[in-house]
Design a protein. Structure first.
Ligand SMILES: [Ca+2]
Ligand SMILES: [Ca+2]
Length: 343
């Protein structure tokens, strides 16, 4: 829940600066204007969330696809959009299939994603989702009763473009926040294993120098005799990390390593996946820049090599390598992680 308040904070920030709603007449104050499918849309002046009208689709006898939709254009250089909508179901009875409910569906980048699925009778609720655009410049939002019966009410529909800068902040805050919550619940053996230099990146010395829950695997390894194996059964942060000093003459850092994934299923957000990250701090606590990602992995992949070089942010004294399944499920293997400081 904490995460949402953070995301909300960012969004109210962007709203203050007038990020444009890409959806026209999302408030239904101009009746059916700008929506396609006006013959199935009822404007409801009695049960509404904002202003004096809401949108309503109802069907009581024969379940079929009954929906409205609107196409929208995404501005250039928009890495992600945020969709929000107030929704309410009234006696929605699920149809033949599990997905036959009151739904909002986003069509973008060649795929359909459900924003919300409702059944039964609910109060007004706000749904919000941040979705990467994958460089798509257009999309279509559908609101429908998907082969089910009942009444679906909706109001204040918004699609707000998120700038690259804001998106990075949201991802960073989310990871940091969730990681902090989960580290609170994990015993911290790092106190006695804190190292000055990066060590045992190939896991040939077992768990030495690393903090977190993992095992050493001698069968599935990329290099030598052993690799790290991280398992996440629930959508928690399961990961390992190692913190070490940055030499004073270092200008850039190159981090490389091999990762292999087994059935990693993305969590709520696209960045909730298997990951290899680096953190820069002045003292182990205060960040000197946002975390950088060397790799995100999802699904099942064979061993794959990743490498990235970063300029060391000003005042950075310490850095931390994290290998984790960040609020997703599955298995992540890591081997031969190398850190090179370049003058
Ligand atoms: Ca309204
Ligand atoms: Ca190894």
């Amino acid at each position: 829940m904490k995460k949402f308040s953070l995301i909300l904070a960012f969004l109210s920030f962007s709203m203050i600066f007038g990020q444009k709603n890409l959806i026209k007449n999302g408030s239904f104050e101009s009746d059916a204007m700008s929506w396609r499918g006006e013959n199935v849309l009822t404007i409801n002046p009695y049960v509404k969330k904002t202003g004096s009208k809401s949108g309503n689709i109802y069907e009581y006898t024969s379940p079929s696809w009954k929906g409205i939709d609107q196409e929208f254009t995404i501005p250039k250089n928009t890495p992600a959009i945020e969709i929000s909508a107030w929704v309410k179901a009234d006696a929605v009875e699920k149809g033949k299939n599990n997905w036959n409910k009151a739904v909002i569906v986003l069509e973008m980048a060649g795929k359909n994603q459900n924003i919300v699925e409702l059944e039964g009778t609910t109060n007004w609720q706000l749904v919000k989702k941040i979705i990467p655009t994958e460089n798509s410049r257009s999309g279509r939002l559908m609101i429908a009763l998907s082969e089910c019966t009942g009444s679906f009410l909706f109001d204040d529909i918004k699609i707000i473009p998120i700038s690259k800068e804001d998106y990075e902040k949201i991802v960073d805050e989310d990871i940091k926040n969730k990681e902090a919550i989960s580290l609170q619940n994990t015993p911290n053996p790092a106190q006695n294993t804190l190292t000055k230099t990066f060590n045992n990146g190939n896991f040939e010395n077992g768990k030495n120098s690393w903090r977190g829950n993992f095992s050493i695997d001698n069968d599935l390894k990329k290099e030598g005799n052993s690799a790290a194996k991280i398992i996440s059964e629930t959508k928690n942060w399961e990961g390992i990390d190692q913190e070490f000093n940055v030499p004073s003459n270092a200008k850039t850092i190159t981090i490389s390593g091999w990762l292999k994934s087994e059935n990693i299923i993305q969590g709520e957000n696209p960045w909730n996946n298997g990951l290899l990250n680096v953190e820069f701090t002045s003292d182990g606590k205060n960040k000197t820049a946002q975390d950088e990602s060397i790799a995100f992995v999802t699904g099942s992949t064979d061993w794959q090599f990743y490498s990235k070089t970063f300029t060391i942010p000003q005042n950075t004294q310490r850095t931390r390598i994290m290998i984790a399944i960040g609020f997703a499920t599955g298995i992540l293997y890591a081997d031969d992680i190398q850190v090179k400081f370049n003058p």
